[in-house]
Structure formats: structure tokens, C-alpha cells
Design a protein around this ligand. Structure first.
Ligand code: AMP
Length: 279
């Protein structure tokens, strides 16, 4: 497995693969890898001849009071996880390789980013769409795989790929969970044992809402209230619980059409997100 740190070498690597008739699958990450990330590698392997994983903690998607500096990092561990999973190359650029001092060009999606995490984290998605564009231009993939855990992000990036004509097949892979149901996340490392136990209320409340829905409950406010109160009862501070359309991300009052419920909640200082697709 190669570790590549410059954009020029990354492009050369992919162009060589393509010249040899190999398709390139790509999994962008911020590192501190877990089985959720590695499941995306497996999906990419199914869809392409070789897999590239990027590891880049992207400063432009963090707000001024967010956890950029504290974000967990362990490159050596990530490297061996990738190697063992059959990754062909890890793209691991330093920040100055991705952003020049006078960097001034942004990519922005404007219809799907005003709600959910876009509302709570102003500028976040502009950072995501910009860095993913830059990573696409460095890695030149045929296929890119993202996780349903970040459902809004996946929708925004799918829209960007369509709107800007990237010749890339987008795949969205299911949420991978710990055995107790907590959605895997690099940020779970921040949780104390007590916070982690209490954070299980997120998934538990989503499952209960899913059961209510299966039994015929379609009122968004009933489902949202049941989730919000379960999380609050466990000491979580709800950032948002919203039921939104799977097509437009607009809030829905009734879950008769394909929708999902998205949650963001703080346990201690740690902000966790999760979701359930219904209908
Ligand atoms: P991150 O390193 O958190 O930026 O995530 C990189 C990619 O992994 C994104 O496409 C995420 O949606 C995906 N991902 C993160 N956690 C999970 C999970 N628990 N299950 C599936 N995909 C995930």
C-alpha cells in the first residue's frame, strides 16, 4: 500500500491505474478509522478495481468553536487498518497541500444545506463540498462511497456531483453500529463511560420511533417528541430532531412519503448525530 502526500502524485497514481484499465474507488475520511469507515472500503472494493482512502481533517468544515484541534488522530493505526483491508493507496495530504495561504475559491450547495446540520453549523457544508471537490480532483475516482450516518452530507454531495457533472458514481452505505447500537463515530472517543451509556438513548429512541411508525403512527410531531423526550430524560441536550423528506430535506408534518428522522444531540461536550429512514 502506498501513502501519498501530494496532489500531483495522487493524480499520477490514479491516472496510471486508469491507463492500466483499472477503475478507482474512493473513500474520503477524516481518519481515526473504525468499522464504519472500513465498511465503505469494502463497498468500494465491490465496485472498483482499486481503492483509495483519504485521511484529511479538513479545517474549513469546522466552525470557530468546534473541535478541529481536539479531533482524534492516529495515522499509524489508520495506515495499518487500511493495509489490512486491501486499500491500494492512502492519500494523506498536509493542510498546506490542500489549502494555499491565499485560497479563495469555494463550492457551495444552496438548497439542501440550510437545515439540520447546516443550520446548526454555519459554513460546515461549504467546507465539505469544497474539500470533496478538491479530493475528487486529486484522486480522480470512478466511484465514491459515503456513509448514511451523515445522511444530509450524502444528499448534498450527490446533488453536487449531479449539478457539477462529476463523472463519478456515488454510493451511500448503511450505518455501522457498535454492538450496543451506538452509531460508530470517531467522536465517540470523547465520551466518558457514563455519557456513552446515556448516548445509547439516541439509537434506542430512533428504534422506538420506527416501531411506532410501523404500527401506523405517521405524525412527525408525535415521533419527534418521543425521541426528544427519551434523549432529554437521559441527560442529552438535543440540538435538533427533525422529520424531513428524503428528496428535498424539507420538514414534513406527516411521514406518509419517504422521509427520515435526523437527530443531533450533545452528551457532555460531544455532539453526536444519527438517523432513521422511514416510509
Ligand atoms: P468522517 O471520517 O467522520 O468524516 O467520515 C467519513 C465517511 O465515513 C463519511 O462518508 C461518513 O458518513 C462515513 N461514516 C462515518 N461513520 C460511519 C458509520 N458509523 N457507518 C457508516 N459510515 C460511516
Amino acid at each position: 500500500m502506498q501513502v501519498i502526500k501530494t496532489i500531483a502524485e495522487m493524480q499520477q497514481f490514479s491516472l496510471n491505474c486508469r491507463r492500466n484499465g483499472q477503475t478507482v474507488g474512493f473513500v474520503p475520511t477524516m481518519g481515526f478509522l473504525h468499522e464504519g469507515h472500513l465498511s465503505l472500503v469494502d463497498q468500494a472494493k465491490n465496485e472498483s478495481d482499486i481503492v483509495v482512502v483519504s485521511i484529511f481533517v479538513n479545517p474549513t468544515q469546522f466552525g470557530p468553536n468546534e473541535d478541529l484541534d481536539a479531533y482524534p488522530r492516529d495515522f499509524e493505526r489508520d495506515e495499518s487498518l487500511c493495509e489490512n483491508r486491501g486499500v491500494a493507496a492512502v492519500f494523506y495530504p498536509p493542510v498546506d497541500q490542500m489549502y494555499d495561504d491565499n485560497f479563495s475559491t469555494w463550492v457551495e450547495e444552496t438548497a439542501l444545506t440550510n437545515t439540520l446540520c447546516g443550520e446548526s453549523r454555519p459554513g460546515h457544508f461549504r467546507g465539505v463540498t469544497t474539500v470533496v471537490t478538491k479530493l475528487f480532483n486529486a484522486v480522480l475516482p470512478d466511484v465514491a462511497v459515503f456513509g448514511q450516518k451523515d445522511a444530509q452530507q450524502a444528499m448534498v454531495l450527490r446533488r453536487m456531483v449531479r449539478d457539477l457533472n462529476f463523472p463519478i458514481k456515488m454510493i451511500v452505505a448503511p450505518i455501522v453500529r457498535e454492538s450496543d447500537g451506538l452509531a460508530m463515530s470517531s467522536r465517540n472517543k470523547y465520551l466518558s463511560n457514563d455519557e456513552r451509556q446515556r448516548a445509547l438513548s439516541i439509537n434506542r429512541s430512533l428504534i422506538s420511533a420506527g416501531e411506532l411508525f410501523k404500527n401506523g403512527e405517521t405524525s412527525a410531531s408525535v415521533l419527534i417528541d418521543s425521541i426528544g423526550s427519551e434523549i432529554a430524560k437521559n441527560g442529552g441536550k438535543v440540538d435538533y430532531v427533525k422529520a424531513v423528506s428524503q428528496d428535498t430535506l424539507q420538514e414534513v408534518e406527516s411521514l406518509e412519503k419517504p422521509s427520515f428522522i435526523a437527530v443531533a444531540a450533545f452528551f457532555g461536550k460531544t455532539r453526536l448525530i444519527d438517523n432513521i429512514f422511514l416510509g
